[in-house]
Design a protein around this ligand. Structure first.
Ligand SMILES: NC(=O)c1ccc[n+]([C@@H]2O[C@H](COP(=O)([O-])OP(=O)(O)OC[C@H]3O[C@@H](n4cnc5c(N)ncnc54)[C@H](O)[C@@H]3O)[C@@H](O)[C@H]2O)c1
Length: 257
């Protein structure tokens, strides 16, 4: 039996990258999916490829009105069960070399976007008898990096937001969790559509517990578990898909097996 049979999902930022892979995986498992993005051409092409169980909607996650459109499009497919807040942007600059506008541009998409999405999904999910909200954070929501202060701040914030929402929405059987990918081979990582990681792409990860870059499908499979009823007692939690990066790195200075 398909793991998401009869469920309706909204996935933001799903025109490409991990969101697109997740949309494909969800349709394979019986879900109806609304693909939300600003990239109309790849978004429409993906919806067409996935057939009658997918539709593309142009929507900016930082715009409250666009969320009303997304909810209406999803409910036209059936009661809303799943929301994946996946859309995000990066701004790589040192704090000293960036300004408040750079910072707020990232915060609006990565932090305000998931807040507006959760808010918009509450009543539809209550009507459905419950739901699963998955907020895509990052390893950068567990650690930090130089040059990514806005991104790191937004990904830590999403983790806190998810826990608050989980506490508020648990009584309605609405679960809220975060997924924390490590380095994943997508457009954000410089990979084009259908590209396979080379030895050079894996080189950065040589001292990680699993010494390779992650694949979008490996994150999609975690979201699939969280979206399905298989994770029915999990909420307010962090689900890490990072090849062990957050556990620590293998040090050449010390013995290893
Ligand atoms: N790729 C990685 O290594 C990595 C690692 C950790 C976390 N993540 C997270 O995973 C998620 C997906 O990453 P990806 O690598 O697939 O990224 P990506 O850049 O390939 O895809 C992001 C999508 O979001 C869309 N988007 C951007 N702003 C939007 C807006 N305002 N409204 C609607 N859509 C918008 C983009 O058009 C794009 O299609 C993001 O939340 C990212 O932060 C990625």
């Amino acid at each position: 039996m398909a793991r998401l049979a009869g469920k309706v999902a909204i996935i933001t930022g799903a025109a490409r990258g991990m969101g697109a892979l997740t949309a494909k995986r969800f349709v394979e498992e019986g879900a109806k999916v609304v693909i939300a993005d600003l990239l109309d051409e790849p978004g429409q092409a993906l919806a067409q490829q996935l057939g009658e169980n997918a539709r593309y909607v142009h929507a900016d996650v930082s715009c409250e009105q666009d969320w009303q459109t997304l909810i209406a499009e999803a409910e036209a497919l059936g009661p809303l069960n799943i929301l994946i807040n996946n859309a995000a942007i990066l701004h790589a600059a040192a704090i000293a070399d960036s300004d408040g506008d750079d910072y707020m541009r990232v915060i609006k998409v990565n932090q305000l976007g998931p807040y507006l999405g959760i808010r918009a999904a509450i009543e539809p999910m209550k009507r459905s008898g419950g739901g699963s909200i998955i907020n895509i954070s990052s390893i950068d929501g567990l650690q930090a990096k130089n040059g990514l202060s806005a991104y790191v701040s937004s990904k830590w914030a999403v983790r806190g937001l998810s826990k608050s929402a989980a506490i508020e929405l648990g009584p309605y059987n609405i679960r809220v969790n975060t997924v924390h990918p490590g380095g994943i081979y997508t457009d954000m990582h410089g990979a084009g559509e259908g590209a396979q990681p080379s030895d050079e792409d894996n080189a950065f990860y040589v001292n990680h517990p699993l010494p390779r870059v992650g694949l979008p499908a490996e994150v999609a499979n975690m979201s699939l578990f969280l979206a399905s009823d298989e994770s029915s007692y999990s909420t307010g939690s962090e689900f890490i898909v990072d090849g062990g990066w957050n556990a620590g790195l293998r040090l050449d200075l010390l013995p290893t097996s």
